[in-house]
Design a protein around this ligand. Structure first.
Ligand SMILES: Nc1ncnc2c1ncn2[C@@H]1O[C@H](COP(=O)(O)OP(=O)(O)OP(=O)(O)O)[C@@H](O)[C@H]1O
Length: 247
């Protein structure tokens, strides 16, 4: 279980908090969606939970492990799929994945089998020995996903895994994640695709201006929001129509 207690984050030099007094529990084996407009604080929250940045105040634990006390165990427990590609363009897909697997102490035949198996499931086996710089955005996203799950994480964090990919890639990614979840992986992901989140997530939280506005099962949120027919209606009714541009 992920327990987030009173987490706040103010970046150095910033005027405002990016995440503010946020409390949230996420149960084992959930597919949990973090939703919110641009700049709401989704990436900041995920980055804190992945121990990539430190909160200004508050605490969190994952399966009772904390960053302060159990750094190495936490690293093995979680997988992270970042928004940006973290791949080496001049290496092949297979070479990239061997490298990422080795960072978790994996090697030899069992790692090769794992890589080939995942490449096959994500429709990329035929491209295993092609260089990453020849890959499309959708293909790179799928390789990124494989890189993050080779060590069988119990909890997988994904920051907009389906942004900028075509419908075919998106469907393959979602089906792969559903299969991982069926096999016991808890999934926490951020997205702007509200239709996708409505179908995919067991629960969602909508955050805005760093604060948690509402959380629950998509259907319950829709049923409880007068005049809403889908999650997008709920989202607009709670966050408004104003643009969130800032520089
Ligand atoms: N490194 C940083 N330094 C200062 N401010 C930052 C930094 N990273 C993010 N912010 C600010 O924190 C706020 C939340 O940003 P964050 O990226 O977490 O939002 P988000 O919900 O993921 O947005 P998006 O949907 O656009 O990815 C924004 O106001 C952003 O400008």
């Amino acid at each position: 279980m992920i327990k987030i207690e009173q987490i706040s984050k103010k970046y150095k030099g910033a005027d405002n908090y990016s995440v503010s007094d946020l409390d949230l529990f996420i149960n084992e084996k959930e597919i949990f969606g973090l939703l919110g407009p641009n700049g709401a604080g989704k990436t900041t929250l995920i980055s804190i939970l992945c121990s990539l940045i430190k909160p200004t105040s508050g605490s969190f634990s994952i399966n009772d492990l904390t960053y302060q006390k159990n750094k190495n165990q936490l690293k093995q427990l979680i997988g992270i799929v970042p928004q940006e590609y973290a791949l080496y363009p001049s290496l092949t897909a297979f070479e990239n994945l061997k490298y990422f697997g080795s960072m978790y102490g994996l090697k030899g035949k069992s790692l090769d089998e794992k890589i080939n198996n995942a490449l096959e499931h994500l429709g990329l086996l035929a491209f295993a020995h092609k260089k990453i710089d020849t890959f499309s955005g959708g293909m790179k996203r799928r390789i990124n996903l494989i890189a993050s799950i080779l060590h069988n994480p119990k909890v997988l964090f994904l920051d907009e895994p389906t942004v900028g990919v075509d419908v075919q890639s998106k469907n393959v990614i979602i089906e792969f994640l559903q299969q991982l979840n069926k096999n016991g992986t808890t999934i926490i992901y951020t997205s702007h695709h509200l239709n996708e989140a409505e179908l995919f997530c067991t629960r969602v939280a909508i955050i805005d201006h760093g604060k948690l506005i509402i959380k629950g099962k998509p259907k319950e949120l829709i049923d409880n929001s007068e005049g809403s027919h889908n999650l997008e209606d709920v989202f607009i009714s709670l966050t408004g129509k104003a643009l969130r541009d800032h520089a």
